[in-house]
Structure formats: structure tokens, C-alpha cells
Write a protein that binds this ligand. Structure first.
Ligand code: ZN
Length: 503
């Protein structure tokens, strides 16, 4: 066997072990009896250790060392362009993994697993002091991780690079500043307009079984294949994949919020289409892996917002929704419904935010995270800092820490650098969708007749099957011919909400 074939065989073992771990985690969030938590954490930790050890062991470094310089990642002579790209990406994963000592990996896994449990308790009790000591420990571990990996620009950039390879915090700042400059005045104008979008109609009683069936119908129309996927319920909706032929999503329901489950179902459906659309031929390698977290998020948000909150989409689905809930919707017009689902309102909780103010929640977290990682501000200052920034960005001040600094799980698992990718997803998805409009004839008319498959197929070819052959920056240029900018996203928001709010 050639070194590259041996390497792929060994990487498949790493990926199979990770898949088994992910399946245990999926079960933990869906069906596992509550009392099994402790042993489940041990089982997951064992599989994670095994996959890590296999990745950094001789069985991988042997063949990898024949293909690249193990110190620099430089591919050796004689490889094709595609092979060079592949081994360079494999080396990146290997390099990141081997930089961390085994004792560190174990300590990190135990500390973050404990921190997640303490965070959940602290949020429930609205008690930041309870969370602060373990958060400090997690942050100290991040400082150690940064030291192991080696700082090139700023410490925060090393963490950001894990979620968004090639992205820098300097460039994120440029993009976010450009958004901020137009978004804050837009949100202020909307608030001053005094327009009532009639959001109350979404808060009536909506039977959850009927909501479930309606969501599944949309998923099927999007092309989510239930023969190689399934949907279940969980406290926090998520998508998980063990292979392109086993991609699962979860959702949650609120009887008195029609948009909550529908949005999250379509959102996770967008993530799932990406995973189902990857090339199984390359399973176990970076070519069957997402380009970045931001590109993953672009797929979910494209479906959730650009499709799922659009006029063409609801002109097809609203009459069908009226038939399911005649008692609530029979007297409502399509225009009324469209306005209600597109309500913009500053709020305290990120996951419940609308598509415009959502980005302000992310900018706040980006600024706070840089202060924590680059400037090492004391943990005790975080609640006050958070609340001040909420007032500055959104004009609302949390009354409690549960509604403020404690609301998100990310810091407890050490996910510093993750948040920016949520807003980057919004910036990526508009130029991608604009290009789909250019290349798919009459896309709006197709969506308005319930034909979502052509868009899915186009995304499959342009995004899903590419894998890590391209970086996010390269992918955007490949698809749109232009470098990423904040303008398409802000043009979209301004055009849309000028009409909704009669600005
Ligand atoms: Zn998402």
C-alpha cells in the first residue's frame, strides 16, 4: 500500500472512534437516563483519549512523515496538487493534537466536563460566584493551550483559528465594524418606527405534534434524507454526524411560540444538508469535513433566514400552515404573517434574537473574549462588563446574570473563539445566496412553488462536497468572484426591513 492509503486507513480509525463518542453524546442529550451521567462521561473520555492517541501515534506519524515534513507541514516532492492539499490539512490536525501533552488533554477534558455541570447549576441559581472559580481554571488551561501551540499574532487568534481556519481577529474586527456602522442605526430606526408587526399571533396555542409534522414536511422538501438521518427532541437543538449516511438533528418545542421550533428545525436542517452532502468517498479525511464553523453556520442560516423568513417561502407554506392551525391563522393574511415572523426587537438572550440584533450579541462576546484572552481581565469583572456592553450595543440591561453573562454554555467547555463564527455565517450566506439567485433560473418562483431541491443541489455542488479542499476565504471567492465583505449582508437587511417597517 502507498503511504497515502495507509494514512487514510489509520485516519478512518480515528474518525470511527470519534463517531462512536459522538453517538454516545447524542444519546446523552436525547434518551439516556439521567442517572447514567457519571459513567457516560467516563465512556466518552475513554473514546476521546483513544482517538487522540491514535492520531498522534506512530501508525499515523509513520505514513504522514513520508508525505510531509512533520515539523513544518511542507508536502514532499512528487505529490499531486490535491494530495498536497490533503496531507497539508491532515498535518494541521496532527500538529495541533501532538502539541498538547497527554496530561493536559486529560486535565482539560475533566475540567471542562465539570465546568459544564457547574455552569448549568450556576445559571439555574443565577449565581455567577458559583461559576467563577471553575471558569478561572478553564481560562488558565486556555492560556496553557496557547503556550503549547505558540502565539503568532495575538493569543486570541490561535483559538479563533481552530473554529475559523485562516481568519484573524483583525479581519473580524474590520467586518464587524462595518456591520455595526449600519446595523445600530437600522435597529434604532426600527425601534423608533412604532410599527406593530403583530408578533402576538405567533404566541397563541399551537399543538406541538402538529408543529412537529409541519417541520418534518419542510425538512423533506429541503432534501433532508430521513433514510440516512432522523430528528429527535432535546433541550438545546443540535446537529450531529457520524458519517454522511448517519446525520441526526434535534429540535425543541414551545406551545406558545410557533416560530421557535420551525426556525430551529430549518436551521438544523441546513446544517444536516451540509453533512449529508459531503463526499463519503473521502470519509475520515479533511475532504469530508466542513470548511469551517462559519461556513457550517452559513448553511444553517441561509435556510433559516434567507429562505425560511422570506416572502416566496411563506407564499407556499403559509396556506398549508393555515390548514393545520385554522383556529389561529384563518383570519390572518400572508402579509400579516410575513411581518410577524420578521419582527426585530432588542432582547437579552442570544438564541432567541432576530436575524438583525443577533449580530450585536455576537460582537459583544467577541470584544469580551478578546479582553479575557489577550488582556487577561479578572473573571470577577465579567458580569458588570457584560451588562455595560449590552446597554451600549442593544440598549437593554440584564436584570440578572442568568440573563447576562451566564446565558451561554460556550466558555464552560473552553469554546473561546467560537462565537464570531455565528455572525460570520450571516456574512457568508448572503453573497452565497445572491449567487444562487444569479445561477438558478427563477429561484424565487421555484421556492414559492415548494421546490427547494434545486437550491439544495446547487449548495451541494458549490459548498457541501468541497470539504477542506478550500479555506472559507477561498470558497467565497470561488463561488461569488469577490472577497468577503459586510455589504451584501447589510444591503439585504436594510432592503428587507425598510419594507417590513415602512422606513
Ligand atoms: Zn447553527
Amino acid at each position: 500500500m502507498k503511504p497515502i492509503e495507509i494514512l487514510r486507513k489509520e485516519l478512518k480509525i480515528v474518525t470511527d472512534l470519534r463517531g462512536a463518542s459522538s453517538l454516545l453524546q447524542w444519546d446523552q442529550e436525547t434518551y439516556m437516563p439521567a442517572g447514567a451521567g457519571a459513567i457516560r462521561a467516563e465512556q466518552i473520555a475513554l473514546l476521546d483519549t483513544l482517538s487522540h492517541e491514535h492520531l498522534v501515534g506512530d501508525l499515523v506519524s509513520g505514513p504522514l512523515g513520508e508525505l510531509v515534513d512533520l515539523d513544518t507541514g511542507e508536502p514532499k516532492w512528487g505529490l499531486s496538487d490535491e494530495e498536497s492539499r490533503l496531507v497539508r490539512e491532515i498535518w494541521k490536525d496532527y500538529h495541533r493534537a501532538i502539541a498538547l501533552p497527554k496530561e493536559f488533554v486529560e486535565e482539560y477534558s475533566q475540567t471542562t466536563s465539570m465546568a459544564q455541570q457547574i455552569w448549568a447549576q450556576a445559571r439555574k441559581e443565577n449565581n455567577f460566584t458559583k461559576f467563577a472559580p471553575i471558569l478561572e481554571k478553564v481560562i488558565k488551561l486556555k492560556f496553557r493551550e496557547i503556550d503549547y501551540l505558540g502565539v503568532k499574532t495575538t493569543p486570541y487568534d490561535i483559538l479563533l483559528d481552530y473554529f475559523e481556519p485562516g481568519m484573524t481577529s483583525a479581519y473580524v474586527t474590520v467586518l464587524f465594524d462595518a456591520v455595526k456602522e449600519r446595523l445600530i442605526p437600522l435597529v434604532q430606526k426600527i425601534a423608533a418606527s412604532g410599527v406593530d408587526t403583530g408578533v402576538e399571533l405567533l404566541r397563541r396555542d399551537y399543538d406541538v405534534d402538529k408543529q412537529w409534522d409541519f417541520g418534518v414536511k419542510i425538512l423533506e422538501d429541503m432534501g433532508y434524507d430521513l433514510n440516512i438521518g432522523r430528528q429527535d427532541k432535546s433541550a438545546h437543538p443540535f446537529t450531529t454526524s457520524f458519517h454522511p449516511t448517519d446525520v441526526r438533528i434535534t429540535t425543541r418545542f414551545n406551545k406558545n411560540n410557533l416560530l421557535s421550533a420551525l426556525s430551529s428545525t430549518i436551521h438544523e436542517g441546513g446544517h444536516a444538508l451540509y453533512e449529508q452532502g459531503m463526499d463519503p468517498e473521502w470519509y475520515g479525511t479533511p475532504f469530508c469535513d466542513a470548511v469551517s464553523y462559519g461556513i457550517h453556520e452559513s448553511q444553517s442560516r441561509l435556510w433559516e433566514n434567507l429562505v425560511g423568513l422570506s416572502k416566496p417561502f411563506w407564499s407556499y407554506y403559509f396556506p398549508r400552515l393555515q390548514k393545520v392551525f385554522p383556529e389561529n391563522l384563518s383570519n390572518i393574511s400572508l402579509d400579516d404573517f410575513y411581518r410577524a415572523v420578521n419582527t426585530i426587537e432588542p432582547s437579552l438572550i442570544r438564541v432567541e434574537a432576530d436575524e438583525a440584533t443577533y449580530n450585536l450579541h455576537i460582537m459583544l462576546r467577541f470584544e469580551v473574549e478578546k479582553l479575557i484572552i489577550n488582556d487577561r481581565i479578572p473573571v470577577a469583572e465579567l458580569p458588570e462588563l457584560w451588562n455595560d456592553k449590552m446597554e451600549e450595543y442593544l440598549g437593554v440591561r440584564p436584570g440578572t446574570d442568568a440573563e447576562g453573562v451566564l446565558q451561554d454554555v460556550h466558555w464552560s467547555f473552553g469554546g473561546f473563539g467560537y462565537f464570531p463564527t455565528y455572525a460570520l455565517g450571516n456574512l457568508y450566506n448572503v453573497p452565497i445566496f445572491n449567487q444562487a439567485q444569479n445561477e438558478i433560473e427563477d429561484l424565487d418562483i421555484k421556492i414559492a412553488s415548494g421546490n427547494l431541491i434545486e437550491l439544495r443541489n446547487w449548495l451541494g455542488e458549490k459548498v457541501h462536497r468541497v470539504g477542506r479542499r478550500r479555506t472559507a476565504a477561498e470558497l467565497i471567492v470561488d463561488i461569488t468572484g469577490k472577497k468577503l465583505s459586510a455589504n451584501p449582508f447589510m444591503d439585504y437587511l436594510e432592503d428587507k426591513y425598510k419594507e417590513v417597517y415602512l422606513l
